[in-house]
Design a protein around this ligand. Structure first.
Ligand code: ADP
Length: 479
């Protein structure tokens, strides 16, 4: 099997969220299953230095963007058994930050076409092109309407399109069809790409890929409903026969409390008593009261509505009247950032708000905290809760999407379950479940059993990578 994994980010090169984790870990897991898997991402300014030095320049060629010709440099490196290609165009990608620019539509129109041209340039024919999220949504459209029509080289290639978050759809002015793709307006007029008065890249992926996947079973179901479908639920119901849910895993080498180089004291399921050393160490580092008995609640997340921040905001004063500590690491909407900074000021050594993106601190928090909050409004899969489980920090989640599929509510009578959950998007429900968790926390023996259940949960990529591989084979008609 030859698989090309196309993404706008991939850890450890560049990561802003879960997509980066998946694009780092899934190809690695596939490579371990004897697949020739290659990953292609843009070469951003902020590619991490640790891997930047390993890059080797391969060649350059021109890419057609509408009537213009744009330079595309190809850089390559082998990492974890996977070949990575980084596509270079400084005009598009050498900027501070990776998304959110006025010309994102053009940047990823360039990228999608450059990826298809790359295959000809390096003379490599994948069986499967696996696209991810809106940034790569126009690739299946280009493949279908242009490349397969003009060049036999592309005939047999099949497309898988994965939705990591349907809330981000890449909607741009319809004039980009002629301007950037050299198409006429048919795909807009016949509504295949139309979304309100714009063109949606994600809709392109949904209609023109051979198979659509998303990152958990529950989310695959949810996005076919108006409540979660972000107005693409109709398209997804249309194509439900081609839609599958495959739950994400996490990279068990990268997230391993036994070997984690960021944390003070390594531990595993047989030495959970050492976990608390990381807690007191983090308390010192963040200026919190040093006390191993005070329950530490944490979040490592984008500070946006999706993540249930408004629920936490509305209970934070009530919660902080109690003997708890709250640690936040994240960036996002200004009003949330300011709210947590205010709590940090108001509650002194009970709250630590860290408004930044910091992988090392994230791991320290996963290792240190007792409870990890994810009260999300919607959550395609969620990786935070999986990492927390791996580190024996107990997730408290809302029952939606992947959170519902990976966290089982603790049952104090049978001792089963690996976390706590609540159903409705309601601040009191969040508050009450935290109270229940704090109650269980008081019984150390019971809590330690819960930690063991959490650390025993298997969320490695092994199982899911096999499901992807079977899907690729089915699609390519190979054994
Ligand atoms: P998202 O919707 O953002 O993709 P996920 O839970 O799927 O949410 O993945 C988020 C990933 O990004 C996790 O690995 C989490 O630890 C990481 N992350 C989020 N915010 C930060 C931050 N401020 N610093 C470090 N890592 C972060």
């Amino acid at each position: 099997m030859r698989v090309l994994f196309v993404s706008s980010e991939a850890s450890p090169f560049i990561k802003t969220g879960g997509l980066g984790d998946v694009a780092g870990a899934l190809p690695k897991a596939l490579a371990q299953k004897n697949t020739d898997v290659r990953v292609v991402i843009p070469k951003y300014k902020e590619i991490s230095w640790e891997v930047r030095d390993k890059l080797r320049f391969v060649k350059w060629f021109n890419v057609r963007v509408g009537w213009r010709e744009q330079f595309c440099g190809v850089w390559e490196c082998l990492y974890n058994g996977v070949t990575y290609y980084l596509l270079d165009n400084e005009g598009y990608f050498k900027r501070d930050g990776i998304y959110g620019f006025y010309d994102d539509g053009e940047r990823f129109a360039f990228f999608d076409r450059a990826v298809l041209d790359l295959l000809r340039q390096i003379d490599w024919q994948p069986d499967i092109i696996h696209c991810n999220d809106w940034q790569t949504g126009m690739l299946p459209v280009l493949l279908q309407f242009e490349y397969k029509k003009n060049d036999m080289f592309y005939w047999k290639m099949k497309c898988v399109y994965s939705i990591h978050n349907i809330a981000f759809q890449g909607v741009f002015d319809p004039q980009i069809l002629p301007e950037l793709f050299g198409f006429d307006m048919e795909l807009y007029d016949n509504t295949c790409l139309k979304f309100d008065d714009g063109v949606s890249y994600m809709k392109g992926g949904l209609y023109y890929a051979d198979i659509i996947t998303t990152v958990s079973d529950s989310y695959a179901y949810e996005i076919q409903t108006p409540e979660y479908g972000q107005r693409l639920d109709g398209v997804l119901r249309d194509r439900s026969y081609a839609l599958r849910g495959i739950t994400n895993g996490i990279d068990y080498d990268e997230f391993n409390p036994k070997t984690d180089r960021f944390i003070k004291k390594n531990y595993d399921i047989n030495s959970i008593e050492d976990k608390v050393i990381n807690k007191t160490e983090l308390q010192k580092e963040l200026g919190l009261a040093v006390d191993e008995n005070v329950p530490m609640l944490a979040m490592v997340t984008r500070l946006t509505n999706q993540k249930g921040m408004d629920l936490l905001v509305s209970i934070s004063d009530r919660l902080l009247q109690q003997n708890v500590q709250l640690v936040i690491l994240g960036t996002g909407d200004k009003h949330y950032e300011e709210h947590f900074e205010w709590l940090d000021f108001r509650y002194g050594n009970k709250v630590s708000a860290n408004i930044k993106f910091d992988n090392g601190l994230a791991n320290k928090i996963y290792a240190a905290c007792d409870m990890f909050l994810m009260p999300s409004l919607f959550e395609p899969c969620g990786l935070g809760q999986l990492i927390a489980l791996r580190y024996g920090s107990i997730p408290i989640v809302r029952e939606t999407g992947g959170l519902k599929d990976t966290v089982t509510a603790y049952n104090e009578y049978t001792g089963e379950g690996n976390g706590f959950s609540f159903r409705n998007y309601n601040a009191d429900e969040l508050y009450n479940i935290i109270q229940y968790a704090l109650w269980i926390y008081k019984d150390k023996e019971q809590w330690n059993d819960l930690i063991k259940n959490a650390m025993d949960s298997d969320n490695s990529w092994n199982k899911s990578a096999q499901i992807y591989l079977n899907l690729y084979k089915e699609l390519a008609g190979k054994d």
